[in-house]
Design a protein around this ligand. Structure first.
Ligand SMILES: [Zn+2]
Length: 540
């Protein structure tokens, strides 16, 4: 099948064939049928929405020999036929982009005063009219101010802002809609059924989305897919032709993010790398899924998305703010992608950033009930390890609850990190240590020599920040501790933690699979003998 055949064959020839432009069509039909004609029309809208098609239909309406002026040209008289085939001598179609100079415009308008040769009206269709130079606009304006009776102007543009207001005010302005992907999809289905071409629903859905509001683009993409796909359109095929990433891959990546399976994800990215996946497009799609999730969170409507399952999973795990953060990470990573050594490593960094962002589940925080006080170094160490491995499937949450880990006491470090407080208040938070809890009243201890950091102001600030973080009214008491030796503050814990981390670092680098994988992956992209390294990972 020849290229562009579909788009030409299915080009609307009547107002009733036009898709997705009902308001404009209604207005034009009414004015034509009531013989209220204007001497110049302006059609605006993004590319491929049907501006020139509409202009040609309007030309036929004005010049049809059989039906006269009206909204329903016959389509078979010599005038209609000539316009359809682009051979009507009184229709001057100009692409302003290639004829911007004033000489061009003068030449075009030279014969304006002479009567039409074949039709009722001489029609000047100037496409991309915003490209004209200022002088050209001035030349055009003179004619537009006092056009001869037998002349009609149809201006079309994607960018009406660039047209001088003097010109705008002399035109009847019609703004064409971007066509929704649902309308495009149902049109494609109609076309393909008519052409007796088999297609997969998912494939058409994707093409409609890619066409971005343009029927013309949708038809030419479809054309491309038909000629490559042996007269049928399958989802697999369009992924190959258009270098798309199959839906399952995107859903898989999201699933790994939701389950926080870093190691599997890095291996999966590697697999996709060998399938020549476009990582920029992949990241864009993931951002789009976050965007759709944010909308789903607000509207509770799924909008028939291709990523419905992923959206629901994300929505179950993250709240509105968290989805915003994931989106933000995606968008800023997309910008960084250009500066990354290659798209794959840029994509990996984006994913690692998303994985590092693990929200704290407030509802699981235990705010009341008895608390087993064990402020020993050992339990703190255990806590850190547990917190790092908190994963959010139901089982592990239950396990963690049983272990009594999700308490304010044990999450104090994480909570303090997330409080919106100034440095003085932070200093206070870092130097107090959790003592006891009585419903919504929390008691903390502070060392005698540090009592000076406790001011009314910082205590109230901390109280306010905690209340807003935990979404309930919290009151806090801070008292001096009796025996200084047993107390350990966040400040001290941080230092100790750093030491532990340092001493464990070497060990961890050798034993931690995630680190190992990342390390090897990063080598694999930069070192020549990558094949052996990658093979050893695939064997894992
Ligand atoms: Zn006709």
């Amino acid at each position: 099948m020849e290229n562009t055949v579909l788009a030409t064959k299915w080009r609307p020839k009547l107002f009733s064939d036009l898709i997705g432009q009902d308001p404009v069509v209604t207005a034009l039909v009414n004015s034509l049928d009531n013989k209220r004609l204007h001497h110049s029309y302006l059609f605006t809208g993004t590319r491929g929405v049907g501006k020139t098609t509409l202009a040609r239909i309007l030309s036929k309406c004005l010049n049809c020999e059989t039906n006269g002026i009206g909204s329903n040209p016959c389509g078979i008289c010599s005038g209609c036929k000539a316009i359809d085939s682009g051979q009507f001598v009184d229709l001057y179609e100009v692409d302003a982009a290639s004829r911007t100079k004033v000489e061009d415009t003068r030449e075009l308008l030279e014969n304006v005063q002479y009567m039409p040769t074949q039709g009722r009206y001489k029609i000047y269709l100037i496409d991309e009219v915003h490209m004209l130079s200022t002088h050209s606009f001035n030349a055009l304006l003179k004619t537009l101010e006092e056009p001869p009776e037998h002349v009609k102007f149809i201006l079309a543009t994607t960018d009406p802002q660039k047209i001088p207001s003097t010109i705008l005010s002399r035109c009847l302005h019609f703004s064409l809609n971007r066509i929704s992907s649902e309308i495009i999809k149902s049109h494609l289905e109609k076309v393909l059924e008519n052409e007796k071409i088999n297609f997969e629903e998912n494939a058409i859905k994707n093409i409609s989305k890619l066409a971005d509001g343009s029927i013309r683009d949708a038809l030419s993409i479809t054309e491309q897919c038909i000629s490559h796909g042996d007269n049928k359109i399958t989802y697999d095929n369009i992924c190959k032709i258009l270098c798309l990433i199959p839906l399952e891959n995107i859903n898989k990546v999201i699933n790994y993010i939701v389950k926080e399976q870093a190691e599997e994800l890095i291996i999966f990215i590697d697999t996709m790398y060998y399938q020549s996946v476009d990582f920029k497009y992949l990241l864009q799609e993931i951002i789009s899924v976050f965007h759709q999730t944010a909308i789903f969170k607000v509207t509770k409507k799924s909008n028939d998305s291709l990523y419905e399952n992923s959206i629901r999973k994300l929505s179950d795990k993250y709240n509105e703010e968290e989805v915003q953060i994931l989106y933000q990470i995606g968008v800023s990573s997309l910008k960084d992608l250009e500066f990354a050594p290659d798209f794959k490593s840029g994509f990996e960094m984006a994913i690692i950033r998303m994985l590092m962002f693990t929200p704290l589940d407030l509802e699981k925080l235990q705010l009341s009930g008895s608390i087993d006080k064990k402020p020993s170094n050992k339990s703190y160490k255990e806590n850190i390890i547990k917190k790092e491995s908190v994963s959010y499937n139901a089982d592990s949450v239950k396990k963690n609850l049983n272990n009594d880990t999700l308490t304010i006491e044990k999450n104090w470090a994480v909570i303090v990190k997330r409080l919106e407080i100034d440095s003085m208040t932070k200093n206070l938070a870092n130097n107090i240590s959790f003592d006891s809890q009585n419903n919504d009243s929390l008691s903390f201890l502070i060392k005698k020599d540090l009592m000076r950091v406790v001011t009314d102001r910082s205590r109230v600030k901390l109280q306010e920040a905690l209340s807003s973080f935990l979404k309930k009214k919290i009151s806090i008491n801070i008292s001096e501790s009796d025996s200084d030796s047993k107390l350990q503050t966040l400040h001290e814990k941080n230092e100790e933690q750093n030491n532990i981390k340092l001493s464990e670092a070497n060990n961890k680098m050798e034993n931690d699979n995630f680190v190992k994988t990342i390390k090897e992956k990063f080598n694999a992209t930069s070192i020549d003998n990558s094949t052996t390294i990658n093979e050893s990972i695939k064997g894992d």
